[in-house]
Write a protein that binds this ligand. Structure first.
Ligand code: HEC
Length: 479
């Protein structure tokens, strides 16, 4: 009878099942998503009628407050450390207070010491060496005013479902998009927004968000889909996460890395993951993992400085690495043996792309040039100049016809491997582009920008859409 109600109800039930079934599930951003992860068991099917808006807001407030506590306070205020004799791991402990007595008066933020300590000029100031954003402080005050309700699940989980209402507390619009990755079928676009990964359904014209993974504690540096579409790998500071693409669940965490994981790629058969790691300005390491294993099969020092990009050739035999040391190197992937050293750039080499047939490799550099190398002869074939800034990312269209570059000046350019200047420059984005991806049909280019947005261009150069940041907040709010 009521189609709308049905459509809304089904995904809600699904989301609830996901929340209950898995601590690391992520939610689909659906209208029902204003339902927060509740600790009580909601009754599927009855969802849209019940839960008046005020109850939703309360629970969203509690879960947002819990995320703020977990990220900013729990380190020092847990059962083990209890700084100031204050434990913030349960509502009982919070109400008990610290060495100087109660810290919150539920319902009265203005009379709560905890709320006062969050203000910029407070003494003592909490957290001691950091200032929460105005929005976070406002959230904490609103939460106390609302009775300091508890959400133990949100407090405990490191991968809680993020809700549209919670997201407003995060400065999503000011975070540069350093990494994007398009699945090989061209249907899912993963985008690093600060420490989260947003996965867009770009197979559909409305580009809805399939999920938001609260992935890393810091900025997502690198992303890659396995060619078979089963895995998404993400790299942050000293951490690689492997996500099961089907359920959008974290499946594996690789730690014990040395520094930022600046680049990731899979072999064409999807069995092997390769990552760039290393101590900034000192070493550029390459690590090779059998997918699913935590211990690497091999690691080696590929460069004496940070490796900024790496790519596996389409036959899976060669690995190319690009580094701050201005070099591009080719490696035999199975042995880690250096095959060639491609010298020519006069700046950091920032990006690499193999031509799909494996005959050529393009490299982009801070020297504002693209160089195209012949894989057989290891010789430089051509230099494609006239970029006004560094070439931050490169892709080769799957038909092999065009090299697509994302540049510091905010422009995407199309180049031909045989011509020494770019053929076409798209309307520029407002700021530097860090990462690009091209659809398999070579018709659409996605580019992650410093302004926190993903720009979507047709290969004719027209700007079709911008994804992320405030735009998508508006989209979410409108739902
Ligand atoms: C780096 C450690 C650290 C972090 C992080 C931290 N605190 Fe504290 N907190 C302390 C210490 C130490 C004290 C004892 C007072 C002092 O010496 O400044 C304290 C005291 C307090 C007190 C007063 C207890 C009393 O009875 O006097 C409150 C309230 C408090 N913290 C709340 C918070 C909140 C809320 C956060 C997160 C937004 C937070 N703290 C984050 C270390 C920390």
């Amino acid at each position: 009878m009521n189609r709308v109600l049905q459509i809304v109800t089904v995904p809600f039930a699904l989301v609830v099942v996901m929340i209950l079934a898995s601590p690391v599930a992520i939610g689909e951003v659906q209208p029902s998503d204003i339902q927060p992860p509740s600790t009580s068991t909601p009754m599927p099917g009855a969802s849209t009628k019940q839960s008046p808006a005020s109850a939703n807001q309360t629970n969203a407030l509690a879960s947002t407050a819990m995320v703020i506590l977990r990220k900013n306070c729990l380190n020092c205020h847990n059962a083990e450390k209890k700084k100031g004799e204050l434990i913030l791991e349960s509502r009982e402990a919070l109400l008990k207070g610290g060495e100087n007595g109660p810290v919150v008066v539920p319902g009265k933020a203005s009379e709560s010491r905890m709320a006062q300590f969050l203000l910029p000029d407070a003494d003592p100031h909490m957290p001691p060496k950091k200032q929460l954003t105005d929005e976070q402080v406002a959230t904490m005050r609103a939460w106390i005013d609302d009775g300091a309700k508890w959400d133990g699940k949100a407090l405990a989980e490191t991968n809680v479902i993020l809700h549209a209402s919670n997201l407003r507390a995060l400065p999503t619009s000011y975070q540069p998009v350093l990494a994007i990755a398009l699945s090989s079928d061209g249907k899912k676009l993963a985008v690093g927004h600060a420490n989260q990964i947003w996965v867009y359904d770009v197979g559909q014209t409305n580009h809805s968000i399939l999920g938001k993974l609260e992935a890393h504690r810091d900025v997502v540096q690198s992303l890659a889909w396995s060619p078979d579409g089963k895995w998404l790998a993400s790299g942050g500071y000293r951490r690689i996460l492997l996500w099961d693409a089907q359920g959008m669940k974290q499946s594996l965490e690789i730690t014990n890395l040395i520094g930022r994981v600046t680049a990731l790629d899979f072999t064409p058969d999807s069995t092997t993951l390769i990552a760039a790691d290393g101590a900034e300005t000192r070493s550029g390491l390459v690590g090779v993992w059998a997918v699913g294993e935590i211990a690497p099969k091999a690691t080696w020092t590929a460069h004496n400085d940070t490796v900024l990009d790496l790519k596996v050739s389409s036959d899976g035999k060669l690995l190319a690495t690009a580094s701050v040391d201005k070099l591009v190197k080719l490696w035999e992937l199975s042995t880690g043996k250096e095959i060639a050293r491609l010298e020519g750039h006069s700046g950091h080499v920032l990006a690499l792309a193999f031509k799909p047939d494996g005959s050529l490799l393009a490299s982009g550099s801070a020297d504002k040039e693209i160089k195209v190398w012949d894989i057989k002869t290891k010789e430089q074939k051509i230099t494609i100049g006239r970029h006004p800034g560094g070439v931050n990312d490169l892709a080769w269209t799957s038909d092999g016809k065009k090299i697509v570059s994302g540049c510091e000046d905010g422009a995407v350019r199309l180049s031909d491997e045989a011509k020494d200047n770019p053929e076409k420059t798209f309307n520029t984005a407002t700021d530097m582009l860090y990462a690009i991806a091209v659809t398999p049909d070579a018709k659409t280019v996605y580019a992650g920008c410093h302004d926190g947005m993903v720009y979507v261009w047709g290969t004719d150069g027209t700007l079709k859409e911008k994804l992320g940041g405030q735009n998508s907040d508006k989209k979410l709010a409108a739902q």
